[in-house]
Design a protein around this ligand. Structure first.
Ligand code: PEP
Ligand code: MG
Length: 595
């Protein structure tokens, strides 16, 4: 037998955790729907066939729901209830029956047409949970179709323990149902952080990686697999050594994480009394409980893009309710919500955009918002209206010059006056900040500082633009270096300019959550650090076991070195010496992945 070589796949880290297991393959990609016309005398029989399939689907769903009753997690049950409601919906049932008769077509064909029609209605619904979850209607349609065609409706659970589900896509019910059968993790080919699998995996605290391209064509059931939900990495056919390393890393991380989480109430204060605010980066409201459990002092960056990825822009009312939920759940802790940062490679389905030669440098982010003013104003009004429910800070992304910042603030003033005209309340205490993520903004941060209440440094884009390294391009990833001399110089300058203007400055790019850079960040004097919630307990622990004086020594030391490689070695040795637990001997940060 030929030995299979380990193969590493990269995906999106949708839910943290590490597991080693055997693949349980599920491939339920869409099947061909038969389409044919029926004779008049067959119509009644066709309608009956459809009614039976719906009734069977309802019984199946009720039985799944009943089996789940009493479980602590409510999310899957709520989704099943929603699916049951759809199964009893007049438009779906009576609509399909009508179509069978009026078009003289078979039940499958009629159902397919009805589902398409309903989907369009869902797409146009405002302020509805279902509008976000419009794929639910697809899953409902698929279930009835499978029952019509005699296909298996439930995904088969694994017959082995510690199974890792690998699928093209999974419905929420698949995911929830499977999790009961000792599944230890999920990998899907499609999806992002907001896909059902991701949401439910996070709520079940099982590791998940989504968006792993083409894995299905290369795995078979029973293949050995490692998934690392911290690094967004899947290893197929791992060597024995890799398995042992993963198990050790997983066990160590879990035990240590639990210990560190238990210290969450202790302040992030250095031994010599310097306090730093530790904040969470997030994209979805569902992540808030985890952030709080991990000890977030607030939200340092809430990316609102995920509210906008639908076919239509979210309404002001819907946005207000989302922002309100965030602020209420954070109970007065500071919450920085960033205005829409989209465009370029992340296109909005409802905005026609030109094909740009350099999308990262194109009409995106604040530039796009200033162009599509009604959409921007609606977001600002929604934010302001929600502001009475908590401690809101508004953050403008991708600012590249003073004029842009002034224009954004002008829009905020317009939004306020519109609210006043309608007698709608907003908090007068809302602070306004600028992201420093374009080199021009960093270089002239002294001029920008006078315009805002705070800065937030986005190192992901700052490094991309400063070093001319596409942050999404694997081929040049080796050049993406937070320890590049120019990056360090620029960070230092931004902090100095912010402090001279007496405004606080935070850092929220991925660099902020990497423990290797913690002393640089402390030593440079950043006031707040915002990171992936799972990194928070580590940062708190390390800060409490550091001194500001010592960290400053490191920043002074590296400011005298002009070679990035030497800087890296120096920092690695420095951190490994102080925190041997978290770094390998050669100084690699061995927790939470890293850059
Ligand atoms: C950044 O650019 O560093 C940042 C935090 O924003 P995003 O990753 O969303 O571009
Ligand atoms: Mg950015």
């Amino acid at each position: 037998m030929t030995r299979r070589r380990p193969k590493v796949f990269k995906g999106i880290d949708a839910s943290p955790g590490i597991c080693v297991g055997l693949v349980h393959l599920i491939d339920r990609r869409k099947f061909q729907v038969p389409k044919y016309h029926v004779r008049d005398e067959q119509i009644e029989q066709e309608q009956q066939r459809f009614r039976t399939a719906v009734a069977t689907s309802i019984v199946q769903l009720e039985s799944i729901r009943d089996k789940m009753a009493g479980r602590k997690r409510q999310d899957p049950q709520a989704i099943i209830e929603a699916h049951l409601l759809m199964m009893r919906d007049e438009v779906l049932v009576a609509g399909t029956e009508k179509l069978i008769a009026s078009q003289a077509i078979n039940a499958e064909w009629a159902l397919k047409n009805t589902v398409t029609k309903i989907r369009q209605v869902f797409d146009n619904l405002e302020d509805d949970y279902f509008r976000e979850r419009r794929s639910d209607v697809e899953f409902v349609g698929q279930r009835i179709l499978r029952n019509l065609m005699g296909h298996e409706t439930e995904v088969r659970g694994p017959d082995h323990e510690r199974a890792v589900v690998v699928a093209h896509d999974l419905s929420p019910i698949d995911t929830a149902g499977l999790s009961r059968q000792k599944i230890t993790g999920f990998v899907t080919e499609v999806g992002g952080k907001t896909s059902h699998t991701a949401i439910i995996a996070r709520s079940l605290e099982l590791p998940a990686i989504v968006g792993v391209e083409n894995i299905l064509s290369q795995v078979g059931s029973g293949d050995r697999i490692i998934i690392d939900g911290y690094r967004g990495e899947v290893v197929l056919h791992p060597s024995e050594r890799m398995v042992q390393q993963a198990l050790v890393r997983s066990q160590g991380l879990r035990t240590r994480a639990a210990e560190l989480i238990s210290e969450k109430a202790k302040p992030a204060e250095t031994r010599d009394g310097q306090r730093t605010r530790l904040l969470a980066n997030m994209e979805m409201i569902e992540e808030i409980p985890t952030a709080l459990r991990y000890g977030a002092d607030g939200i340092g960056l809430f990316r609102t893009e995920f509210l906008f990825l639908d076919r239509r822009p979210p309404s002001e009312g819907y946005q207000r309710r989302c922002y309100q939920r965030i602020l209420r759940q954070m109970k007065g802790r500071p919450v920085t919500i960033r205005t829409l940062d989209i465009g370029g490679d992340k296109r909005l389905p409802f905005l026609r955009s030109e094909n740009e030669a350099n999308p990262a440098l194109g009409l995106r982010s604040i530039r796009l918002c200033l162009r599509v003013k009604p959409m921007f104003l609606a977001q600002l009004r929604a934010l302001l209206r929600a502001s009475v429910d908590g401690n809101l800070k508004i953050l403008f992304p991708m600012i590249s010059c003073v004029r842009e910042l002034k224009e954004a603030k002008q829009m905020l003033a317009v939004a306020k006056s519109q609210l006043r005209a309608k007698g709608q309340r907003y908090s007068r205490k809302v602070k306004v900040g600028a992201m420093i993520e374009v080199p021009s903004a960093a270089l002239m941060s002294d001029a920008l500082a006078g315009q805002v209440d705070f800065f937030s440094i986005g190192t992901n884009d700052l490094i991309q633009y400063l070093l001319a390294v596409d942050r999404h391009n694997e081929q040049v990833a080796y050049l993406f270096n937070p320890l590049h001399v120019s990056v360090l110089r620029l960070l230092k300058q931004v902090v100095k300019n912010a402090h001279q203007a007496k405004i606080p400055v935070s850092i929220c790019g991925e660099m902020a959550g990497n423990p290797l850079y913690l002393h640089i960040i402390l030593g440079m004097g950043l006031d707040e650090i915002s990171m992936n919630p799972v990194a928070l307990p580590y940062a708190r622990h390390m800060i409490r076991n550091s001194s500001l004086k010592d960290a400053k020594k490191l920043t002074r030391l590296i400011s005298q070195i002009n070679d990035s490689e030497t800087i890296r070695r120096t920092v690695q040795e420095w951190m490994a010496e102080r925190f041997p637990e978290f770094f390998t001997k050669d100084g690699r940060a061995d927790i939470l992945g890293g850059l």
